[in-house]
Design a protein around this ligand. Structure first.
Ligand SMILES: Nc1ncnc2c1ncn2[C@@H]1O[C@H](COP(=O)(O)OP(=O)(O)OP(=O)(O)O)[C@@H](O)[C@H]1O
Length: 248
C-alpha cells in the first residue's frame, strides 16, 4: 500500500526553477494496479523517484506500508520492487548473475535466490536468456532482466516506470499478463505511462498527472462519468485540456 500526500519537488537549472511536482497525492491499494498517466514532462518519473527513495521531496508525505522514506528508508526499500526509467542492467553479467546480485544485496540465501529466479524466469518467459551475457540484449530482454531483478526479494509493492517503453506487441502483451499476475497475488502495483490504451486496459485506478499536478483520479468509469465522455480517450483529452504528449 502506498500513500502519497501533497508532494512537491523543484529543480534549479541554469535558466530558472522547474516546479516538476506541485502537490501530487494519491492512494495505491494492495491487489490493485494504479496507473500514473500523463504526457511527457508531466512529473511522473520525478514522483516515482521520490517514492523509491532516489530523491527527497521538498514537501509532502510518502508512506509505503506505513513506512516513511525519511525515517525508514531501509524498510521502504525492502518492501519495494522498482523498475526505474534507466534499466541499467550490468552488461558483463548474465541475466541470472544480474538477478542473483540483487538477491544478495537484499540478504537472501542462495537457495531462496535460485527458487526466485526459477519462478520469475517462468513467469516472464526468459528461461532461454538466463545464462546469456546481457551485452547485446534487445530492449525486451533488458526489461525482463530488470523486472526479474527488481522482484527477486518478493516485494509487496511494485513500481514500474514506463514498463512497456520500446517493447514490441507480443512482449507488451506478455508483460501485461505479468502485471495482472502481480495484482492477483495481492501486490500493490504502480506504473507510469503516457499510453492511454495501456492504462485503460490494465489499471483499477488511474491518476492523471499534467504540469506536476493531479488532474483526475478514479476508475476508468469514474473518469468517463466525471467528464461526460463515453470514450476514455476523449475523457483524458478533456481532463488534460490537450492531447499533446500522449499516445493513443
Ligand atoms: N534532474 C532534473 N533537473 C532539472 N529538471 C528536471 C530534472 N528531472 C526532471 N526535471 C524536469 O521536471 C519535469 C518533469 O519531468 P519528469 O521526468 O518527472 O516527467 P515525466 O512525466 O516522467 O515525463 P516523460 O513521460 O517524458 O518521462 C520536466 O520539466 C523535466 O524537465
Amino acid at each position: 500500500m502506498i500513500d502519497v500526500t501533497d508532494l512537491h519537488k523543484r529543480f534549479t537549472t541554469k535558466t530558472g526553477t522547474v516546479h516538476a511536482v506541485q502537490g501530487v497525492g494519491f492512494h495505491a491499494r494492495d491487489g490493485e494496479i494504479t496507473g500514473l498517466l500523463g504526457p511527457n514532462g508531466a512529473g511522473k518519473t520525478t514522483t516515482l523517484r521520490m517514492l523509491y527513495t532516489l530523491m527527497s521531496p521538498d514537501a509532502g508525505r510518502i508512506a509505503v506500508d506505513g513506512f516513511s522514506p525519511d525515517t525508514h528508508a531501509g524498510d521502504v526499500r525492502a518492501r519495494l520492487g522498482v523498475l526505474p526509467d534507466a534499466r541499467g542492467v550490468y552488461k558483463r553479467l548474465t541475466a541470472r548473475e544480474n538477478i542473483r546480485y540483487f538477491g544478495r544485496l537484499h540478504g537472501m540465501t542462495e537457495a531462496a535466490i535460485d527458487q526466485g529466479i526459477a519462478r520469475l524466469a517462468a513467469s516472464l518467459g526468459m528461461e532461454d536468456i538466463l545464462d546469456r551475457q546481457c551485452e547485446g540484449f534487445s530492449q525486451g530482454q533488458r526489461t525482463k532482466t530488470a523486472i526479474a531483478r527488481a522482484l527477486i526479494h518478493d516485494p509487496k509493492n511494485v513500481i514500474l516506470d514506463e514498463p512497456t517503453n520500446g517493447l514490441d506487441v507480443m512482449t507488451t502483451r506478455a508483460l501485461r499478463e505479468f502485471l495482472k499476475q502481480l495484482k492477483a497475488e495481492g501486490r500493490c502495483v504502480i506504473f507510469s505511462s503516457h499510453i492511454m490504451q495501456e492504462v485503460a486496459a490494465l489499471c483499477d485506478r488511474i491518476v492523471v498527472i499534467a504540469h506536476g499536478k493531479v488532474m483526475a483520479d478514479g476508475t476508468a468509469d469514474e473518469l468517463r462519468a466525471q467528464t461526460g465522455e463515453a470514450n476514455l480517450e476523449e475523457a483524458f483529452v478533456k481532463i488534460i485540456g490537450s492531447e499533446e504528449g500522449f499516445h493513443a
